[in-house]
Design a protein around this ligand. Sequence first.
Ligand SMILES: Nc1ncnc2c1ncn2[C@@H]1O[C@H](COP(=O)(O)OP(=O)(O)O)[C@@H](O)[C@H]1O
Ligand SMILES: [Mg+2]
Length: 126
Amino acid sequence: MAELTIENVSKRFGGLLAVENLDLTVPQGKILSLIGPNGAGKTTVFNMVTGVYPPTEGAIIFKGHKLNNLRSNRIIAHGIARTFQNIRLFKSMTVGPSGPCSKPAMKSRKKKASAKRRSRFWNLSG
Ligand SMILES: Nc1ncnc2c1ncn2[C@@H]1O[C@H](COP(=O)(O)OP(=O)(O)O)[C@@H](O)[C@H]1O
Ligand SMILES: [Mg+2]
């Protein structure tokens, strides 16, 4: 049974069609790689699967749940995680303070609360 299904997915950035009509299924328990030359659209596919960008067209379905237009935190809750090609760590910071910086722009009160929750989750502060 397919765990992840990408159906006819396209992504357009203005006049640039980065991904065109991609169909892909990842069966349960399989490890697959996405290969292609620079600029082929690999990272854009991962960005769509993890909610960084919504697809312009098509559907992304994981374990029966449509992920299109879900925020990254909701997608993570469904069980999809990722790492990044360029992680750009802060050289002057340890893991504790670096973690809360990983959240994309949020309103500052929300950001503080979120950072506190995450610090507790990682058991890095009191
Ligand atoms: N946020 C963006 N805005 C505009 N163009 C983008 C954006 N992200 C990627 N692209 C373009 O989409 C195409 C595919 O890029 P990318 O997915 O990074 O390719 P790959 O990971 O296979 O090297 C490239 O032409 C890239 O310049
Ligand atoms: Mg890439």
